[in-house]
Design a protein around this ligand. Structure first.
Ligand code: AP5
Ligand code: ZN
Length: 215
């Protein structure tokens, strides 16, 4: 299955992508994770992306399209993939269609997660991440067993640089302006589904899995 997870920052794309990736046996491909890794390693690409990421803006289409083009060639992406955080602009969506057509593939599903801004802000403000293994926690909604420590690998949890209130507002603004219009781009696709991200992660996961079965 070739799947796009579409939705605003903090709606739970990463949380659900990790769960679905396990259940479905296909890789999660997150441009946000790839860019953060590049920033952490201080690669030229990371140096280029850093300022935009910290301000809540988008990294240039060329850069992320290049990352995805390369990633989709990898052996583990040949039986399916879950795109998390890509595409985010019309240009990215068109580039993706072109890439897939060139590989004789197409999208099977676009799962669009929705949530009220107020709840998004609550989810992002309390988010804690494990930089070592990528696990995602929340101080209230999904607390680690020991405060500040990753359940899975014992790593020390951190807050993302762009989870500050002003940057969260800017990310929501950029989403509404650049990414939400993609709903019109994908709406006519047979595999397009709009799904509420309210409720516990396991409930949202069940809705997503049901949406995948119904076509
Ligand atoms: P990216 O990393 O993609 O960030 P994002 O889209 O803003 O999404 P988030 O990772 O913030 O949220 P999420 O939906 O994954 O939520 P999560 O599961 O963590 O992008 C970061 C930056 O990189 C961008 O701003 C941009 O600069 C750049 N970038 C990336 N891709 C790009 C692209 N294609 N083009 C250009 N630039 C790009 O959950 C959030 C919190 O809620 C967690 O604490 C979690 O525990 C909790 N939670 C999750 N589900 C639930 C639930 N059901 N109930 C209660 N709590 C929950
Ligand atoms: Zn960890």
């Amino acid at each position: 299955l070739n799947i796009v997870l579409l939705g605003p920052p903090g709606v739970g794309k990463g949380t659900q992508a990790k769960r679905l990736s396990q259940v479905l046996g296909i890789p999660q491909i997150s441009t946000g994770d790839m860019l953060r890794a590049a920033v952490a390693q201080g690669t030229p690409l990371g140096q280029k992306a850093r300022a935009q990421m910290e301000s809540g803006g988008l990294v240039s289409d060329d850069v992320v399209i290049g990352l995805i083009r390369e990633r989709l060639q990898a052996p583990d992406a040949q039986t399916g993939f879950l795109l998390d955080g890509f595409p985010r602009t019309r240009a990215q969506a068109e580039a993706l269609d072109e890439m897939l057509a060139g590989m004789g593939k197409r999208l099977d599903a676009v799962l669009h997660l929705t949530l009220e801004d107020e709840e998004i802000v609550r989810r992002l403000s309390g988010r804690r991440l494990c930089p070592s293994c990528g696990a995602i926690f929340h101080g209230v909604y999904n607390p680690p067993k020991a405060e500040g420590i990753c359940d899975h690998c014992g790593g020390e949890l951190v807050q993302r640089a762009d989870d500050q209130p002003e940057v969260i507002r800017e990310r929501l603004r950029v989403y509404a302006e650049q990414t939400e219009p993609l709903v019109d781009y994908y709406r006519q696709l047979p595999g397009y589904r709009r799904i509420s991200a309210e409720g516990r992660p396991e409930q949202v996961e069940a809705l997503l899995l049901r949406a995948l079965k119904r076509d």
